[in-house]
Unconditional design. Sequence first.
Lengths: 121, 121
Amino acid sequence: MDIENLKFEDGLVTAIAQDYKTGDVLMVAFMDKEALKKTIETKRGYYWSRSRRKLWKKGESSGHEQIVHDILIDCDADAVLLKVEQIGGACHTGYRSCFYRTIDGEVIGEKLFEPDEIYKQ
Amino acid sequence: MDIENLKFEDGLVTAIAQDYKTGDVLMVAFMDKEALKKTIETKRGYYWSRSRRKLWKKGESSGHEQIVHDILIDCDADAVLLKVEQIGGACHTGYRSCFYRTIDGEVIGEKLFEPDEIYKQ
């Protein structure tokens, strides 16, 4: 599919990263057209930060990049699912997945690193 | 966690539904506070439709509802991950998952029903 045919709502599609082997959902973020193009071209996860209003490469500070094995799109063509090999942890808090706790606050995720040791000034 | 502490951007959080056994990502949608409350209370998946601007229950027309086993939240508290038992297909097109094709257009998903036979006028 030509990515021009995807439906970018307010310029963005929802992007879910899932471990290509375990099926664990690692994170969800947004992509603009450029982020999706760079992800396809480089086979590394790129996203659009809504808060910082800029393109970012997953792992650009931490080295915890995502090697993208497959990209699926949903029925409405307004969301993509990346099947990735996650180097290190997906979450900036040090957990393997951003979904490391239940809605009741119980921590169920695996912590892989201490953020202070990875994200240095 | 009190759901008042979640970050509803423009009134919404991103909501991913994942098969609680296989790990397959079934769909992604949005929830407003009411949809999340009803999901927690009833253990069935409710969402907010951005196009129709209304609350909807997954399966309200088709019977293909979602029995919610767990709800996880992400690091930023602006997304939820539902671990669900999906009755029938998650996708209105008849596929088990809304992510039934690759970005190159190859269909990889399993079709479970014909929409015309399920969604009757």
